[in-house]
Write a protein that binds this ligand. Structure first.
Ligand code: TPP
Ligand code: SF4
Length: 270
């Protein structure tokens, strides 16, 4: 039961009405529940930010780290305790902006953790400043006349850095999101799911996108399934969210490779 994983005494959630974070947390807990994992064998590690508060609400083992460093902590936890099921929850500011270096190296090293990034296109917790994923021209607290920088394609970065499993979903399509998280968990090695999610309080308000349901519609209208995107031009895809599985390849994970070296050295000693 989901209640087995939720710290009900911590409710109501700190998140604003209409924030997408609750939808993502629910999808993760549904997947944990489906596997009958226990609080003892599951770890949820977070960084700092609105999404980084997710660990407050779970009964599993959790670790609330520092901004941008959630992956450093969770990869360490996994390497020291390979039997644990480790999730890393990061915001876009946390995961790809301040924490970008940790993200590319965790992908390259292929440590077996499941990383879920909620991309709400801005720094929610600190008041709506632009992050590394804020779209060009968007209005934020730190780009009041329109953002002049290009945004990261986070999944593109993580795929290029060597991750085995990379996917993008949205909180609009919860059925797809459940499946993507399921596939990510099943993947042996580093797996990454980016979830496009509304921050109506800051990004929505600054860009006059309307209330939470209007922002959901905004996300829906900008979503393109990966299969359809394959036949679209770069120009047509600008500003769109390409969803689905974007990389799925079997690569030797870090712990397996490390164990192989240990075994070979033992063999040399014998
Ligand atoms: C090293 C460090 N730099 C900056 C901050 C301030 N800070 C706290 S949360 C945050 C932004 C969080 O944004 P994001 O990761 O996108 O998560 P969201 O709040 O949008 O879920 C910042 C800049 C901090 N806590 N630590
Ligand atoms: S500020 Fe934005 S990201 Fe933070 S809880 Fe509110 S809606 Fe969610």
């Amino acid at each position: 039961m989901l209640q087995d994983y939720l710290l009900e005494e911590k409710l109501p959630l700190f998140w604003c009405a209409g924030c997408g974070n609750g939808i993502v947390l629910h999808a993760i807990l549904r997947n944990i529940d489906k596997r009958h994992w226990t609080r003892e064998n599951t770890v949820i590690a977070t960084g700092i930010g609105c999404w980084g508060k997710a660990d407050d609400y779970v009964k599993t083992n959790s670790f609330h780290g520092t901004h941008g460093r959630a992956l450093a902590f969770s990869t360490g936890i996994k390497l020291a305790n390979p039997e644990l099921n480790v999730f890393t929850l990061m915001g876009d500011g946390d995961g790809i902006t301040i924490g970008g270096n940790h993200l590319i190296h965790a992908a390259r090293r292929n440590v077996d953790v499941t990383a879920i990034m909620v991309n709400n296109l801005n720094y929610g917790m600190t008041g709506g400043q632009y992050s590394g994923t804020t779209p060009k021209h968007a209005i934020t607290k730190t780009s009041p006349y329109g953002h002049v920088e290009n945004a990261f394609d986070v999944c593109g970065v993580v795929k290029a850095a060597g991750a085995g499993f990379v996917a993008r979903g949205t909180v609009y399509d919860v059925v797809q999101l459940d499946k993507l998280i399921d596939q990510a968990i099943s993947h042996k090695g580093f797996s990454f799911v980016e979830v496009i999610s509304p921050c109506p309080t800051h990004f929505g308000r600054s860009n006059k996108l309307g209330d939470a349901p209007a922002m959901m519609k905004w996300i829906k209208e900008r979503t393109v399934p990966a299969a359809k995107a394959a036949s679209m031009s770069e120009e047509d895809l600008r500003g769109m969210f390409v969803t689905g599985v974007l990389a799925d390849r079997e690569l030797e994970d870090y712990s397996t490779a490390y164990q192989r070296v240990i075994d070979s050295l033992k063999g040399a000693e014998d």
